[in-house]
Design a protein around this ligand. Structure first.
Ligand SMILES: [Cu+2]
Length: 642
């Protein structure tokens, strides 16, 4: 071999060795790039979309991105996205509260002035289509490590009916017999005791009771009080047996979020908040549920000092725009209980709840009769101790009176999570839960949305509490109540755990938004970031070609009316549904329901009959959808039902 040839051969061998080395090192990358390209090709193919649907990201301008804690579809077709302080202490301290309005028709975004912190409020649609929002955050939690001074709620008792109301200034000093000293953080008005004289002339006096938050004058553990203790109040010219402070626990324990008592209406036509009457109790994490008569019941929550509300529930009357306590409806639930209005006017509690509450009280599902405050438990729910952070939905159509509960986990930061779905038919003489199909994975915070073709989309969630250990579940299934089967759909690309929502849009698409993972890494060391992206899901029914169309019809109807809607190819229409728009937070959406409508073709349209019953069709704004033989839905026609 000539020296030149020998040199060339050595060079070629060396190059080959380098190439082999490169391939060996990069093989996983090359293979995964090829896999990604193939996956991308597959999920974007028409046939895949036709069978599995398609996810895409909504393009939200940077300056419009908010921490979506609450989402509601307004009768204008726009989506109200409320962040408030968005679980961000800095924004809370700065008084920076946000709301975003998105129009899915035009993809226009608009910032809405937000007058107070609606973070973790409750909400419900009123019969006129305004959204009632009540409660929210008055103070962020304080962790034990950050607490230097013992603190807590001081009850001020006034046993005297004489002398009129008395104002105790901020900083008023309360001292116990054993010299524990506290100061109030706020001025407070103390009412006189209530004096009543009976017909027989007998006088009864009932002491007034007012609470104020106090902090120890001196830091450290020594000033803590743990047990019933009476306090004298400095600067008041009253006997210490007549006017005094009383507390059972003033410690350096963790202080939970404080609830707010404010309530607002959001008006879809003016796109503004209007303040209405304060609630009788401050509430953080309440459920608001519409009643048969159009009034609203507010249930549960943490109170003005972050304590679980012990059964104090109240009603909002849209006619007077006022709240009234309902002592006859005393009943305790964990926070954000899933309470659904039934045809009878009773409320069905599926057991789902989100956030806080006793491990044992108010967790059993059942029917709450509001006429006598009785509660009839229903049996058969599997994993009954894993209802926290579960999802619940009234299965379509609403006339079937069937509900599904899916996923969930143990109380608080419990590691227990379930893949259970259970279904209950309330028409049974003895209603009980029966097993539904297992989810593909155990999951907390599954978002569940009713689609116009009588299915339920179940998407997102996480296996761990607040997405711990990177446990977001990037899965999506359609549940068919008729066949009792789950069918796997295309995978979402954005994880949705705590503080996430999903809802149906009037054009038949769905969106998912929000998510608030505690950590950003699998080892739970890096603090998580709020997920600001919005993802859109287009179900398979949007890829089957032509869709039916509703060309016109009334915008106001009454229950029992038969009304005509323009629908070309009326003979090809398979179903008509009234879908109540979602108002969702913390995976709790007690608003959405889909009501079956009877109809007959009539010329270039259909005669549709609106069912009777304000428990089945609560007054309000609805989306009318029709579907055709291929289950393709129309776009919605909005109308007000009275
Ligand atoms: Cu929250």
């Amino acid at each position: 071999m000539s020296p030149q040839r020998k040199q060339r051969l050595v060079k070629a061998l060396a190059t080959a060795a380098v190439i082999c080395g490169l391939i060996a090192i990069n093989a996983p990358t090359i293979v995964s790039a090829a896999r990604d390209a193939l996956h991308d090709y597959k999920i974007n193919s028409q046939s895949y979309k036709q069978s599995h649907g398609h996810w895409s990201l909504l393009n939200v301008p940077d300056d419009m991105r908010v921490n979506a804690i609450h989402a509601a579809l307004l009768r204008t077709g726009k989506v109200l996205i409320i962040a408030g302080s968005g679980n961000d202490k800095k924004q809370f301290a700065a008084g920076d509260f946000k709301t975003l309005l998105w129009d899915p028709d035009t993809d226009r975004f608009k910032r809405i002035h937000t007058p107070s912190d609606m973070f973790c409020a409750g909400h419900v649609f009123l019969p006129d289509g305004k959204l009632l929002i009540a409660g929210g955050t008055r103070r962020y939690e304080k962790l034990a490590a950050d607490i230097t001074h013992a603190a807590g709620a001081m009850t001020i008792k006034n046993e005297s009916p004489d002398g009129g109301p008395l104002t105790l200034a901020r900083g008023t000093r309360f001292t116990s017999l054993d010299r524990h000293a506290f100061r109030s953080v706020k001025a407070v008005v103390v009412r006189p005791a209530a004096k009543t004289v009976s017909a027989s002339g007998q006088t009864t006096v009932k002491a007034s009771s007012t609470e104020v938050w106090v902090e120890a004058v001196h830091p450290g553990r020594a000033s803590a009080v743990d047990g019933p203790t009476q306090f004298t109040i400095a600067g008041v010219k009253r006997s210490k047996d007549e006017l005094y402070g009383y507390a059972t626990s003033l410690t350096r324990a963790k202080q939970d979020y404080w609830g707010d008592d404010k309530s607002y209406l959001f008006d879809p036509s003016t796109e503004r908040y209007e303040r209405v009457d304060d609630m009788t109790l401050a509430r953080w994490y309440p459920t608001l549920v519409g009643l048969k008569d159009g009034r609203v019941l507010a249930v549960s929550g943490l109170d003005e000092f972050g304590r679980m509300i012990q059964g104090g529930n109240e009603i909002y009357d849209p006619a007077t725009k006022t709240w009234q306590a309902q002592p006859q409806l005393k009943r305790t639930f964990p926070t954000y209980p899933a309470l659904f209005l039934m045809p009878s006017g009773n409320l069905f509690y599926t057991g789902s709840n989100a956030g806080y509450g006793s491990d044992t009280v108010g967790r059993h599902p059942g029917v709450w009769d509001l006429t006598d405050n009785s509660f009839e438990k229903v049996r058969g729910l599997r994993d009954p101790r894993q209802t926290e952070t579960s999802g619940s939905v009234m299965l379509p159509p609403a006339q079937d009176h069937r509900f599904m509960i899916a996923g969930g986990g143990g109380v608080g930061e419990s590691k227990q999570t379930t893949d259970r779905t259970d279904i209950i038919d309330l028409d049974n003489a003895k209603p009980h839960f029966s097993p539904g199909p297992d989810l593909e994975q155990p999951v907390r915070y599954p978002n569940m949305v009713i689609t116009p073709d009588d299915k339920v989309l179940i998407t997102g969630g996480s296996t761990g509490y607040r997405g711990k250990r990177n446990s977001d579940v990037l899965l999506c299934h359609l549940y068919d109540p008729k066949s009792n089967k789950l069918t796997k759909m295309a995978d979402p690309t954005v994880g949705r755990d705590y503080h996430s929502e999903a809802l149906l849009l009037p054009d038949g698409r769905l969106i998912t938004l929000g998510s608030d993972p505690l950590f950003a890494d699998a080892k739970d060391t890096i603090p998580g970031r709020f997920e600001k992206r919005i993802e859109i899901y287009s179900p398979p029914y949007l890829f089957h070609g032509d869709r039916p169309e509703i060309t016109g019809g009334p915008e106001k109807v009454r229950r029992g009316d038969t009304v005509w809607f323009g629908v070309p190819d009326a003979r090809g229409i398979k179903t008509a549904r009234l879908v109540r728009p979602s108002a969702v937070t913390h995976v709790t959406d007690v608003e959405q329901r889909s009501i079956k409508l009877e109809f007959i073709p009539n010329g270039d349209g259909i005669d549709v009959t609106i069912p009777h019953g304000s428990g089945l069709v609560p007054a309000g704004w609805y989306m009318l959808f029709v579907t055709d033989e291929n289950d393709a839905p129309s776009k919605a026609h909005w109308m007000e039902v009275r």
